[in-house]
Design a protein around this ligand. Structure first.
Ligand SMILES: Nc1ncnc2c1ncn2[C@@H]1O[C@H](COP(=O)(O)OP(=O)(O)O)[C@@H](O)[C@H]1O
Ligand SMILES: [Mg+2]
Length: 261
């Protein structure tokens, strides 16, 4: 079930990526629609983070190419924003919350320019959208996991991009933060942003996403949630590793795509 779209916002053609000589992504062909909330789903080690890094130009490709907004990455860098996995970041670095979020402005600003009043307003507005305006002078090392994740999101918001890539934004955050982030993602989607999120909690997939990509080294599925989130395709993605398969299958039958508010 690999649905190709017309006028894709992202086009991935024949992509393969290896670390040393070990292939991790194999021949991925994928087109994605604009303005949707898109989940990348698959087991540990499936290559989900690798896929985001490849799209962001952070890894060499063994083969293939990627177009974003019909252009190569280097021409659209300021239109895309990336929130890496929280564990991959050095949080002991001595910086304030405010400065981290201001980093989101440097793409537009250039590294040596001083922030204007409008940049400062965007930073404070982004902090308030994630409920962190009261923490602007706090050192980032002094934050909880959920607060760190919110700051990361604020930095991404400050970039005012069109496309957002987020690697496991819900990992290790409290329920209140997860809810706040989901609401923010919905809001971004209403504002016609395209948001692509690596996610591994199958329980919430149908509630959160419009479209999903199922990945396990190769592409298993890409399509609207109603068509791509099926027990058969999950089985194919997770293989024997999905011990919860019957439960998930029940879940899909029971609340097949509950209304989203
Ligand atoms: N820098 C690296 N060097 C070598 N192997 C790596 C590196 N990063 C990831 N891998 C391997 O590539 C595979 C895919 O990793 P990753 O994309 O992080 O998976 P996921 O995000 O789906 O859990 C895993 O087997 C992982 O061990
Ligand atoms: Mg990962």
């Amino acid at each position: 079930m690999i649905q190709q779209v017309e006028n894709p916002i992202i086009e991935i053609h024949d992509l393969s990526v290896s670390y040393e000589k070990k292939p991790v992504l194999w021949d991925v062909d994928l087109t994605l629609p604009a303005g949707k909330l898109i989940g990348i789903i698959g087991p540990n080690g499936a290559g989900k983070s690798t896929l985001l890094k490849a799209v962001m130009g952070l890894l060499p490709l063994s083969s293939g190419y990627i177009n974003i907004l019909d252009k190569p990455l280097k021409e659209v860098r300021d239109k895309i924003s990336y929130v890496p996995q929280r564990e991959s970041v050095d949080w002991d670095f001595p910086t304030s919350v405010y400065d981290v979020v201001m980093m989101g402005r440097y793409g537009q600003l250039g590294l040596l320019k001083r922030p204007k009043k409008s940049d400062k307003e965007i930073v404070m507005d982004s902090l308030s959208k994630v409920g962190m305006e009261g923490f602007k002078d706090r050192q980032i090392s002094q934050l909880s996991g959920g607060q760190q994740q919110r700051v990361f999101l604020a930095r991404a918001l400050a970039q005012q991009a069109d496309i957002y890539f987020m690697d496991e934004p819900f990992a290790g955050v409290d329920a209140a933060t997860e809810k706040a982030i989901v609401e923010l993602l919905r809001q971004m989607s209403k504002e016609k942003k395209t948001v692509i999120v690596v996610h591994h909690d199958l329980q919430s997939v149908a509630r959160y996403f419009d479209w999903i990509i199922l990945l396990n080294m190769r592409l298993v599925a890409s399509g609207p949630i109603e068509e791509a989130f099926t027990p058969e395709l999950l089985q194919e993605t997770y293989g024997g590793k999905l011990t919860l398969l019957t439960e998930i299958s029940d879940l899909i039958q029971k609340n097949r795509f509950p209304n989203r508010e």
